[in-house]
Design a protein around this ligand. Sequence first.
Ligand code: NAI
Length: 316
Amino acid sequence: MKIVITDYINMEFVEEKKLFQSVGAQLEVTQCRTEEEVIEVSQGAIGLINSEIPITRKIIESLPDLKVIAKYSIGVDNIDVVAATENNVFVANVPDYCQEEVANHALALIMTLTQKIVALDHSVKQGKWSFSEGAPLHRISTQTVGLISYGKIARNLASKLKAIGFQVIAYDPYYQKSNQDASIELVSLEELMRRSDVVSLHAPLIKETYHMINKDVLSLAKPNAIVINTGRGPVIKESDLIDALDTGKIAGAGLDVLEHEPIDVNHALLAMDNVIITPHAAFYSEESFQELKRKTALNIMDVLKGKKPRYSVNNF
Ligand code: NAI
């Protein structure tokens, strides 16, 4: 039985190798860069473990023994789930390993930008010593954060924002409000953009959300609004965001994810003082990383034992 890691970021696989060996499976670790390479190294594989490289219909249909593709993340937007389902291949993710980390990262970006920490720090390092270098700065209890999508990460963040004093509203066309969270005000996307001082994106990347934040939507924002994205880059049409920042239609942005990662060194966003960028790092803590590795391996183990993966995203 062969399991192939198609690509990975900064990992060692001692535990996974031991685990798979315990049921007679071999782990092959590769760092593929093309569709052809994945097809070549994965011949005979029952399972693929995948990080970023697209797992296309062609790959899936070229691997007749394939039973499961386990993704090292929550989002499975780089995997052709429809093709996998049609070919009776499970797609599995780890939906619950980093809610705390991503919510805290979004909170850190929100606090850094609303409290003007970077601007104040720069001003001190340039020899200035005045609170007014951060002006205008507003009392948190006067500020509204609009959460776009109200899934697990956004709900974790909402409770923290409320504890600090922010007012919180959300847009999520599929969220069913229950008694436990009666305090969240659900609004339309347009109303959210009009009312929010901070717009924080937590949407999955699907057809419906691709370029959801574009020129038209950004034109509704308050001029003091900041946009935070810890979801997926292509949910924002980046050229429209740059235009809105350039022309002062919005005041700033905190981005952990971008349309194209890694960012080009000459990218316009890198030259903007009102923009903070982190390298798709929101998911990371030592603890979340270990949990991700362990649960991904267990998704594969379930299939090796003849069961459905515990975190299957498709059913057939
Ligand atoms: P979740 O599955 O709990 O929530 C997703 C929410 O999106 C659901 O409430 C759903 O109703 C909503 N949604 C679906 N279609 C929508 C639409 N058309 N418009 C608006 N909302 C819609 O997911 P969770 O755990 O909260 O994660 C959210 C996203 O965060 C993931 O899909 C992933 O892309 C991203 N993420 C980013 C990480 C990072 O390191 N920056 C790490 C982990 C996740």
